[in-house]
Every structure is written in structure tokens, then in C-alpha cells.
Design a protein around this ligand. Structure first.
Ligand code: ADP
Ligand code: ZN
Length: 300
């Protein structure tokens, strides 16, 4: 059995696992994100210890918070780019792993990783294009097209698109430090907290916050439907745990599209288009395992 190491690197915590897929995770650990040196060292020593327990790993996958450079032909491949996270900007995390573990490293955004794992084992099996959207501390999208994760100048930044903002209905200015009222600035968890004065998870299901939130998500999804024509949109992240929002999101997206897109996936089958992650909270770390699998194919 080919074994892989996976790292889900988040702004607040890291999750590391060893295994080959959802039914075969041999070990898992999690620890807080501190300095790059300390955090990467904890990941490296976990993998070294697991190699002693379970045998050699074939590759490492690192699904990481961004922005980052995922292009293996770029001189800065493996870098985390400008981020407000103290000490992490311009750090080459892939070099840190290679220097200690001598293994191929697959490196991509956390959401591209999750798109890959959902398409490989979860809710988006057989669906192409497949879009994975997280709505949590930030908003980000990962995209698989023709079986490949989408990169280009860097990677998509689908959380920062512009959506209509009616200041009369919602006077909140938005909280994105780059764009104020982009999608993330209006609809990520911290924006909900600032607008309503309480944490999103404490807002009751009948609070008006959720209708507004569903409207913003629906506007963004309509734009993705129009530009990508996805066969599946998987929505993860903390805010998406408010499952009562999903039917509202579907209905509002249909309204925004105005009957123009003639696919059953925005008609009678809309509940098949917009779904929760099939892998639940594990889509992140399993995404990292899938990135490792991919890195091994490329290296071989
Ligand atoms: P991260 O984005 O840091 O990986 P999460 O996806 O859990 O982590 O996102 C955290 C954000 O989601 C916070 O703003 C939090 O208030 C919000 N959140 C977490 N759980 C819930 C929930 N059950 N319902 C609504 N909002 C939640
Ligand atoms: Zn923004």
C-alpha cells in the first residue's frame, strides 16, 4: 500500500495525517499555527515518527492557506505570498519539507485540495467542473476543470469577487481589508460577527442574518454558474454548517439567474448542484493526501 503524508495548513491550526484515502488514515495530529519554523518542524517530526511506525511515505501533500505560489516551474514555487499572518509571508514551506523528508511535495491552496478530495472521494465524484467553496474565516474557492486543478497567474481567488451590495438594506461597510464589500467582506464569518455584534454560530436560525447571507451566497454562486458552468458546487466551512440556509441559497440563486440557464441542475435537480461536503470536515486533510498522490504521479 502506497502511503502519503498530508498537511492541511490553516491560519489557526495545522492538521497532519498519514494514509492513502478516507478509509485508510493511519495517524492524525493537529496543532496550532505559530511561527513557520516551529509549525513546519512539528509537521516534519510527525511524519518522521509515522515513517518509523508505518513504513516509508511516498509523497507529501500540503493544502495551505494562501495566497501562495503553486506553479512548480516558478522560481518561487512553494512560497506563501503576502499574507497578514505574521512571519509567513515569503516563506518557502515546500523547501522546508523537502530539506527534511526528501520526498515529492504537492502544494496547493486548501480549497483546491478540498476540490480534489471531494472529486476523488466525496460529493463531486464524476462531476467536472467541480467547485469547492469554503465560507469560514475567509471565503475561497477551489476549482477542478477537465480533471485538473485550475491555476494560472496564481490560483483563483473566488472569495473576493464583487457582488451587488444594497446599502439601504445592509448598511454594513464590509470587512475585507483590500476591497471592503467584496463577497468575503460581506459574507465570511467575521463579517457576520461585525455586522450583527455576535458570533455567527450564536445567531438563531430565524435571525434575519441568514436571509441576507443566503442572498449574498446566491449572488456569488450565480456568477460561478455563469462563468464556470459547474456540475457540482460543494460548500464547506463553518458558516455553511447552518444547513437551513442551503434551500434558501438554492432558491435565491435560481431567482438571480432569472430562468436563463437551461439546465436541470438549476431547475428540478438544483439540490444536486449545491451540496455540503461529502467528506465533511475531512475534505481538507484528505485534499492534502490527494495532492500527495498527484505529486507522486508527476514525479514518477
Ligand atoms: P477556518 O475558516 O478558520 O478554517 P471555519 O471554517 O470553522 O474555520 O470558520 C470559522 C468562522 O466560521 C468563524 O467566523 C465562525 O464564527 C464561523 N462559524 C463556525 N462554526 C459555525 C457555525 N456552526 N455556524 C455559523 N458560523 C460558524
Ligand atoms: Zn476582498
Amino acid at each position: 500500500m502506497t502511503l502519503f503524508g498530508g498537511i492541511e495548513g490553516g491560519g489557526t491550526k495545522f492538521v497532519c495525517a498519514v494514509g492513502s484515502g478516507p478509509d485508510d488514515i493511519r495517524a492524525e495530529t493537529r496543532f496550532p499555527t505559530t511561527t513557520p519554523a516551529e509549525t513546519m518542524e512539528r509537521a516534519v517530526s510527525f511524519f518522521k515518527q509515522q515513517q518509523n511506525n508505518h513504513g516509508p511515505l511516498s509523497a507529501i501533500g500540503f493544502a495551505c492557506f494562501g495566497p501562495l505560489d503553486p506553479d512548480p516551474t516558478s522560481p518561487t514555487f512553494g512560497n506563501i505570498l503576502l499574507t497578514p499572518k505574521l512571519g509567513w509571508a515569503n516563506t518557502n514551506v515546500v523547501a522546508m519539507l523537502r530539506a527534511e523528508l526528501y520526498l515529492p511535495v504537492g502544494f496547493d491552496t486548501d480549497v483546491n485540495g478540498a476540490a480534489l478530495s471531494e472529486a476523488r472521494w466525496g460529493a463531486a465524484v464524476g462531476c467536472d467542473p467541480a467547485l469547492y467553496l469554503t465560507i469560514g474565516t475567509g471565503i475561497g474557492g477551489g476549482l477542478l476543470v477537465n480533471g485538473k486543478l485550475v491555476h494560472g497567474m496564481l490560483h483563483p481567488e473566488m472569495g473576493h469577487i464583487r457582488i451587488p451590495h444594497d446599502f439601504n438594506k445592509d448598511p454594513f461597510a464590509g470587512s475585507c481589508s483590500f476591497h471592503a464589500d467584496c463577497f468575503e467582506g460581506l459574507a465570511a464569518g467575521p463579517s457576520l460577527e461585525k455586522r450583527w455584534g455576535q458570533k455567527a454560530e450564536t445567531l438563531p436560525a430565524d435571525h434575519p442574518a441568514w436571509e441576507l447571507e443566503a442572498q449574498y451566497i446566491a449572488l456569488a454562486l450565480a456568477n460561478y454558474v455563469l462563468t464556470i458552468a459547474p456540475q457540482k458546487i460543494v460548500i464547506g466551512g463553518g458558516v455553511a454548517q447552518q444547513e437551513h440556509m442551503l434551500p434558501m441559497v438554492r432558491e435565491k440563486m435560481r431567482e438571480v439567474l432569472g430562468g436563463y440557464v437551461q439546465s436541470p441542475l438549476v431547475g428540478p435537480r438544483i439540490a444536486d448542484l449545491i451540496v455540503l461536503p461529502g467528506l465533511g470536515a475531512r475534505s481538507g486533510v484528505l485534499g492534502a493526501i490527494a495532492l500527495a498522490e498527484h505529486a507522486l504521479e508527476l514525479a514518477g
